[in-house]
Design a protein around this ligand. Structure first.
Ligand code: ADE
Length: 336
């Protein structure tokens, strides 16, 4: 379909996002190039729309960010981090089937636009809530896909740091699409987003009054998947994503995350103390794996270089039948 092409120069057409193989991030698009069809989700400073490209009908999720709000809420660093990391993963490293791609970005006076892979089946969290929990086949399917995505991510020198069922989206054919790289860390870079210091502040503020019944500050977000070393604010490596993986596997099987309490601070305390229990009937192989992932000292955690790195994780008995390279083309088990 070449309708509309006559309006563009050949040079502009080179950059059209449906022409694969370009290397640079495309910025010559405008909101008029897309039909904005419906709102998929709303954050405090962004709205994600389901959109179709006018020329091709291709489907995307477009994240629209209000510049004034980003400045007011001091989120500039997150937004830049998200864009840089997603652009690096998509272009410098060629993208991964289980990670949301950033196809292009553009802006107008008031807004920034990020054109992303559309995840038709939305957040894994919603599926989990709808089903209560996943059966063993579905859990193994998703656990393997997350491991495969993390292998790619870490090889690119990127740590996600906020992996949770809200940030694991599901594609049209029910494969995972990891998203939300606003708090990701680029290994070897000293720069960091301010959010990680906020967790530290929460601990300090609450430690002064351990009896507090609710959070005394503005900490928002899900504390349930944060690893102990991220909490402490000590140096953080890829292992924090393996901690989150352990918590997510626990939740897929039992329906609830391992560390639960009446407020965020109490959750963080339980994480530091490794205060969690498996419900009755939790199957043995994933239980064994979760025990090796939910380890307070990251050096002793499965996935750390000292425990054999990601190769040791992939070789766990739980994953013995997984053919890693074939995962993207494998049909999902019945989702029930
Ligand atoms: N919500 C946030 N990002 C999304 C995406 N890429 N696809 C679908 N829903 C989303």
């Amino acid at each position: 379909n070449t309708t509309g092409s006559s309006k563009r120069t050949a040079e502009e057409d080179q950059g059209k996002i449906h022409q694969r193989g370009f290397k640079k991030i495309v910025t010559n698009r405008t909101p008029q190039d897309f039909f904005f069809i419906k709102v998929l989700g709303e954050g405090s400073f962004s709205t994600v729309y389901f959109a179709k490209e006018v020329d091709t009908g291709d489907e995307y999720a477009i994240k629209v960010l209000q510049k004034s709000q980003i400045r007011r809420e001091k989120k500039v660093e997150y937004v830049l981090r998200e864009k840089d990391v997603m652009a690096a993963l998509t272009y410098a490293y060629g993208g991964h089937p289980f990670i949301v791609k950033l196809y292009c970005t553009f802006q107008d006076n008031d807004r920034l636009y990020f054109v992303l892979t559309y995840a038709k089946h939305g957040e894994m969290l919603n599926l989990l809530r709808r089903l209560g929990s996943f059966d063993e086949n579905v859990t193994l399917f998703y656990a393997s896909e997350i491991v495969y995505a993390l292998e790619f991510l870490h090889k690119c020198g990127i740590i996600h740091r906020d992996l949770k069922p809200e940030n694991i989206l599901l594609s049209d054919n029910w494969h995972v699409l990891i998203t939300d790289f606003g708090t990701a860390k680029i290994l070897g870079s000293d720069k960091d987003v301010p959010d990680m210091q906020r967790v530290k502040k929460l601990i300090e503020e609450n430690e002064q009054d351990d009896r507090s019944s609710g959070p005394r500050n503005s900490f928002v977000g899900t504390a349930q998947y944060i690893s102990p070393e991220v909490l402490k604010g000590t140096s953080v490596g890829p292992e924090c994503d393996f901690w989150a993986l352990g918590a997510i596997i626990f939740q897929m099987i039992s329906g609830l995350p391992p560390f639960r309490a009446v407020n965020e601070y109490q959750i963080l305390k339980k994480i530091g103390q490794l205060d969690y229990d498996f419900p009755n009937g939790f199957p043995e192989l994933p239980r064994d794996l979760v025990c090796k992932l939910l380890v307070v000292n990251p050096e002793n955690r499965l996935g750390h270089a000292q425990t054999g790195g990601i190769e040791a994780l992939k070789k766990q008995p739980y994953f013995k039948n997984i053919e890693w390279e074939l995962l993207p083309n494998r049909p999902p088990p019945p989702i029930k």
